[in-house]
Design a protein. Structure first.
Length: 74
């Protein structure tokens, strides 16, 4: 079965750039999206092994404060 999908020029060019010479566009999409099973976020709980957690936390907090996607205009 074939489906038609509309892409912007930029999206098409990006996909084309990722496409290998021996691949169809369908093969490329399947490769880059992967056949990975979704994992529960709980699988990652407690897995941090670095000693720089304070630095990471500060950077995440700063990035969240600067994020424009979190600002809502009413």
């Amino acid at each position: 079965m074939t489906k038609v999908v509309s892409l912007s020029k930029k999206a098409y060019q990006t996909l084309k750039d990722l496409k290998r010479s021996n691949e169809s566009f369908s093969d490329t999409i399947l490769r880059i999206t992967g056949n990975k099973q979704k994992k529960s976020i709980l699988q990652f709980a407690g897995s941090w092994t670095g000693d720089d957690i304070d630095q990471i936390y500060s950077q995440v907090k700063k990035d969240r404060e600067n994020s424009t996607s979190r600002k809502i205009e009413i």
